[in-house]
Structure formats: C-alpha cells, structure tokens
Design a binder for this molecule. Sequence first.
Ligand SMILES: Cc1cc2nc3c(=O)[nH]c(=O)nc-3n(C[C@H](O)[C@H](O)[C@H](O)COP(=O)(O)OP(=O)(O)OC[C@H]3O[C@@H](n4cnc5c(N)ncnc54)[C@H](O)[C@@H]3O)c2cc1C
Ligand code: SF4
Length: 532
Amino acid sequence: MSEGPLEADVCVVGAGAAGAIATFELARRGVRVVTLEAGPRYDAAARAGEARRAARGEAPWVAPVRELLRYTTHGSVAYDLGPRRVRAVGGTTLHWEGYTLRLHPDDLRLRTQYGLADDWPITYEDLEPYYVLAERALGVAGVADDPSGPPRSAAFPLPPFPFSHTDHIFAEACGRLGIGLQHLPQARNSIPYDGRSQCRACATCEACPTGAKASVDLTHIGRAEATGNVTLASGAVVVRLDADGSGQVEQAVYADARGVQRTARARVFVLAGGAVENARLLLASRSRAFPHGLGNRNKLVGTHFTSHPAVDVTGRVERAVHPYRIGFSTAMSRQFALGPDRLRRAPFFFEFLNSAGLPPHLLALTSGLSGDAVQRHVAREFGHTLGIRIYCEQLPDPGNTVDLDPSVTDHLGMPVPRLTWNVGGYEHRGLDEAAALATKILQGVGATDVRTGRLSVAAHQIATHRMGRDANHSVTDSDLRMHDVPNLYLLGSGAFPTASASPPTLTIAALAIRAAEHIAASLRSGVGKPGA
Ligand SMILES: Cc1cc2nc3c(=O)[nH]c(=O)nc-3n(C[C@H](O)[C@H](O)[C@H](O)COP(=O)(O)OP(=O)(O)OC[C@H]3O[C@@H](n4cnc5c(N)ncnc54)[C@H](O)[C@@H]3O)c2cc1C
Ligand code: SF4
C-alpha cells in the first residue's frame, strides 16, 4: 500500500454484502474504487480451519482485533450484536445462513395498504430487475411454489434443495391445518454453479469449507479485483469522514493495520459498514458544518433501529427425526407474513428447522453424567426434537436507536456504538399468535413437551438511515444518496424504511446493484467532488 493518500473515483467503506457488491458493480463499469475494510482477509483455500472451529461449536470468525466488536446495549431487550456480525472481507456473509427471500410488494407500502409506519420511496416493480441480478450473482436455489409469493420476471437460477425428512413430517401437520409449506430460497449451490461446488451437506454452514454457500468474498471480491480497477485495503478502520466547505465529503480518515492514520480521497463515498457502523461513523463525523454528525441535520441518523424479534418453538417426538444431517433449513411458510392481519399484530415467518435440539456432543457435555449413563442419555435424547423458528416484522420506533456511547471508546479512541432496543405490543402479539400456531403444528405431529423459547432476535440490523422522498423525514433518497451530503451514499439494510418479516440480504444486494448503477451514471455526468 502506498504511504500517501489513496485516491479513486469512489471510496467504499466495508467489504461485506453491500460493499463487495457495490465495489464489483462499479469496477466492472470502469470506475476506480478503493475499498476500506476494517477486518482481515481470510484465505478461502484455508476455510477448512474455520469450518473445524464451527464444527467444535466455536465462533469461526474471531476478529484478530477484538475491540472492533465492541458495543454497549440498553433498552428492555439486550441486543446481542457480538455473534450477529462479522468484520472481515466478505463481512457477515462469511457466517450467514444464506436464506434469500425477495420482499413482497406489500412489504414496501405499509402506509398505503394498512396505515402503518411508512412506504418505501420505491416500488417492488422498481426493485424486481435488481432482484433477478442479485439472485444470479449470489446463486439462489429455489422454486416459485409460494402462492402468495411476489411476481418474478425470471426463474430462480438454481433448482431448490429437496424437502428434508423433517419437512415431510411438518408438511403433513401443516396440510391438516391449512398452512402452506414452501421451499426456502437460499444462496447455496444445489448444483455446481459459478465455479463453486455443489453443497455437500457437511453442516458447518457458519463457515462453508466447499464454497457452496455464497459469501461475497467468493462471489464478488475476486472478480472486482480482476478488473484492475480496485484497491482493497483490509485492516483499514475508517474513523471519520471529513467534509469540505461545500458540504461534500472529501476524505475518509482510517487507521491502517499498524494503527497509522491515513486518508482516502475520492469523488464519491459509499458507506457499507452495516446499519450499526454506518450510523456510528456518521455520528462520529462531526464538524462545524455538521455539528450533530454528518448529514444529520434532522437528527434522524441512528434512529428507528429495527430487527426481527424471534422465538423457537420445540417439541419432543418418539420417532427418530434425523437432525443435523444438513446444516440448514429447507422449508418455510410466509403465509402469515402478509395480509390485513398486519393491522392487529406483527406479520411472521416460519422456518422449519432441520436441526433442533442439542447435537450429541452438547447433550453429553450438558448431561452432568459420566460413563455408560452418558451414552444411554445421548441415545435416548438425540434426534427426537422438532423445532420451528419464528421471525416477525418489527415496526420502526424512533426510540430504538444506535448512537455513540459517551463513556466507552475502542482501541482507536472512537466512541463505541450504543444500541437501545425495545420490543413493543405489536411484535409481542405477532410472536404470541405465531407461537400458538407453531404449538398446534408440533402437537399435530404428535410432539409432547412443546415449549416456546425465550425472546431472541435475528442477526439483521435495519433502518438506522432510512430512505424516503421527504428530506425532513428520511436520511437518503431512493438511490441511497444522502439528502444532506450529495456525494455520500449509504448502503445496506440501514436504508430500509420498514423491515418486513423476511431476511434482508437479497434486498441489500439488489439495492447495492441499483445504487452502483446510479453512482456510475452520476460520475459520467460529472457528479461528485472533482479532482480526486
Ligand atoms: C449467523 C447469521 C446468519 C444470518 N443469516 C442470514 C440469512 O439467512 N439471510 C439473510 O438475508 N441475512 C442473514 N444474515 C444477515 C446478513 O449476513 C447481513 O444482512 C448482511 O451480511 C449485511 O450486509 P452488509 O454489507 O450491510 O454488512 P456486513 O456484511 O456485516 O459487512 C459490513 C462490513 O463493513 C465493515 N466495516 C464496518 N465499519 C467499518 C469501518 N468503520 N471501516 C472499515 N470497514 C468497516 C465490517 O468490518 C464488515 O466487514 C445472517 C447473519 C448472521 C450473523
Ligand atoms: S452444508 Fe453445504 S453450504 Fe453448509 S457448509 Fe456444508 S457444503 Fe457448505
């Protein structure tokens, strides 16, 4: 790396889902990009090491600089961010499950349809062509078997994974209750695709040793670098963005892997650090022109922090259900994620688990037994638990926030993010109804000892810099360009005005492709700070 400032047309902060995709989409259009990633670069050829850690039940992606993961949490529910993000080239897609659902047209117009929250400033029709591109780029396996699924202009690029043994058990009970069970679309190779191997069902998906699960280091970073237009610096922690007198960003200030402060200059800047770090960086970038943080004239940055409240419902069955044979789920129901019931309770999504209950080694370790009694315990208990995971939509609440903790800093002296997260009555009503329904399904398959687990949360951080038409009530426009800072774009699920009940990353990818297209076109027409 050169000792002077890095210079490019576009500086991207973060090489996770949004940043890697934007980097590639810009670079393939001839745009010169410098991408700054706080975490390390893991060697894909050595992924068996991380997979072994996952198999042992350890966290496979431990940041070498632990301070990078520092945060504090407040509010009535502790939002445990630690295991819910990865800081590395590839970002959290190194660890994700890969479930890739499109949002439904109604998810984007809650205000118009139900008088709730806000509409998105774009429609499903605007997003649809980008969903097609995102599904192809990530390699999504699926089939359009959801009768209420969103309209599609192209088939899934890969065939679906077949229903599992447990899915067939659930399907019987769901059929009797009138509940549709569909294939769960996922960015995982059901057949060899895009130079990556077919899934081998080895069940360490937190770190896939074969490359069958899409992670953007595999799908996008190599290709982006092969264009010759990209400089990617890993171990480069951006600590602030500096704006000039005209209110445009002129440089990103970052600490390199040795802790030395450096700068990157560009015409356009793209923040793709995830909903938490994007908000943190904006709030930390205070100046005379932006005393409340960059682009935070209306004090909206970091507000409305949203996720997917979740619970698991499990039950014990006498028959053997053969869990842990594959590392992921293959069936879902979105039947209750749509429709006018949204007026009275949160919509919810069912994931039918292929691996519920403890695996054998944890049954043994937690039994407190020794000798032959351990073996008898594991033989009796293993493989007799079925489970349904429930996620619900959380409505954006201005009181749920990401801000700067005034009393805790990281190793670079930067205030850590402080998460304040509460779950309201709307969400609790949705989860209660969902748990009652899941209980009925489990009882329908003959389960006993049916239990609803404690309130948890999905690893989805959403809506800290929401897009919208009105500059007084949103942070970016529909192209994800900041209303207040014309050469700064904010990518990722922080831009979602509402969360839906579905996982966010396919939509993050679609929006990143769309924003990159817009940025490349704007650069051609002379937008951005000249001279970088
Ligand atoms: C266990 C798990 C399972 C999941 N399963 C699913 C799923 O099935 N489906 C789904 O849709 N989603 C899933 N997710 C969520 C999904 O991984 C995220 O939605 C997605 O990765 C977010 O993309 P992103 O680019 O916004 O952020 P990330 O992928 O987290 O990338 C952000 C990157 O920016 C870097 N960065 C941040 N701040 C700075 C800074 N100041 N300077 C430099 N770099 C910075 C970070 O180090 C990181 O590498 C899962 C997540 C987890 C943890
Ligand atoms: S089960 Fe498939 S996707 Fe999961 S780790 Fe194994 S090969 Fe990768």
